[in-house]
Write a protein that binds this ligand. Sequence first.
Ligand code: SF4
Length: 236
Amino acid sequence: MWQHLTDAVREQQALFDSEIASWIDGYTQEGGRLFCGKGCSNCCTLAVNCTFPEALRISTTLSESQAARILGHAGRLLSHVREVADLKSYLRMHRQEIGHCPFLDDTGNCGIYQERPLSCRALLSTRESRWCGLDFAQLSPEEKRAFVESLDRAVTAFPLHYVAATQERGQALETDIAREMANRYGFSLYGNLPYLIHLEREHGISGIIPQGFEITTSFLDQNDLLNPFLLTLDRE
Ligand code: SF4
């Protein structure tokens, strides 16, 4: 039932990987420098969002230890997310209380690298890794100003140091996947990667979605699983 969408995800990932490789080639040939590399994982403490078909694909590939980590991670998310009132607090809570992505392995590498979502593929850093793990609230106004002034506005998603073009392209591909899901089931589902996988593994959400928007939202609501920071259901 979902094969068509999960196959489309794989095609989008392959397309995106080749587009990113070309972009990096062009950027570095013009003297630009990127700092992402193997074992460099500070961005993996950010909250990672993706479309449901991407999460569904990943949910079928998990090892036992990854599945156990997803369960613990989702439990922590659910217990902390109810205490936050706005996006800024959610992002800070996520970094400070929830910890890194459950797919980050003990060597600091992504345990689902080939399957990782578009949003992870899109994140390219124009600054050293320490900037990806930094809580900017801890910087002095002078340090913040110096950082912001050092960014190349033509390349970065200003005032962040990540490449804008790859993020914009990743979001466009996510929109394509969401549209395909909405065409098939009447709505799209987007949200926190580990949480979406949890919904599939523990609640079989892929079997509920085909029953429609009302039944899906009602199921999530009755089981206290709906949360605006973790899930977005969109009928457009
Ligand atoms: S899926 Fe992989 S790349 Fe993405 S945040 Fe998790 S460990 Fe990092």
